[in-house]
Design a protein around this ligand. Structure first.
Ligand code: HEM
Length: 131
């Protein structure tokens, strides 16, 4: 974001969580770990049968990046539209969030930041849990 009128750099702001994590590449690593955890969970695996996992991973990467404050907007379906046919339970939602927290921790993210990210996802529960 260049300021063409003065040529001076924009004032420094604190880095987004996305930047702290190491940007696109680090988020990709987190998504990979996260998906292995979700698909390895016998309570969650049934939700993901018949889903194009490559496409889902790509969406999830963009979404997680967006949740962490990346600049590229998430342009997929609304969270309600994407999940309403799945009858996601409260329990399944909790497990998915805890697998994401585990993936972030394994990727070296500190505990406080993991907590912040998990908190940020909680408001989505109202749209995602429909069972
Ligand atoms: C933590 C909150 C969650 C976030 C941020 C999230 C995010 C997403 C995103 C971005 C997509 C792709 C949407 C699109 O294709 O346009 C998606 C699809 C999907 N999600 Fe989630 N999700 C969450 C929780 C869950 C839970 C708890 C489950 C099931 C236990 C779940 C199962 C699925 C499935 C199966 C799809 C593919 C749907 C389809 O293509 O038919 N998600 N999710």
């Amino acid at each position: 974001m260049t300021d063409h009128t003065s040529g001076t750099p924009a004032p420094a702001t604190s880095p987004t969580l996305f930047e702290q994590l190491g940007g696109e590449e680090a988020v990709g690593a987190v998504v990979d770990i996260f998906y292995d955890k979700v698909l390895g969970d016998p309570d969650l695996r049934p939700y993901f049968t018949a889903v194009d996992l490559d496409g889902l991973k790509q969406h999830q990467r963009r979404f997680v990046g967006q949740a962490l404050g990346a600049t590229r907007p998430y342009s997929g379906r609304s969270m309600r539209r994407a999940h309403e046919h799945l009858a996601v339970t409260d329990d399944a939602f909790g497990k998915v969030v805890s697998h994401l927290a585990g993936a972030l921790t394994e990727a070296g993210v500190d505990e406080a930041t993991v907590g912040t990210i998990a908190q940020a996802l909680l408001p989505l529960k109202a749209d995602i849990v429909t069972a």
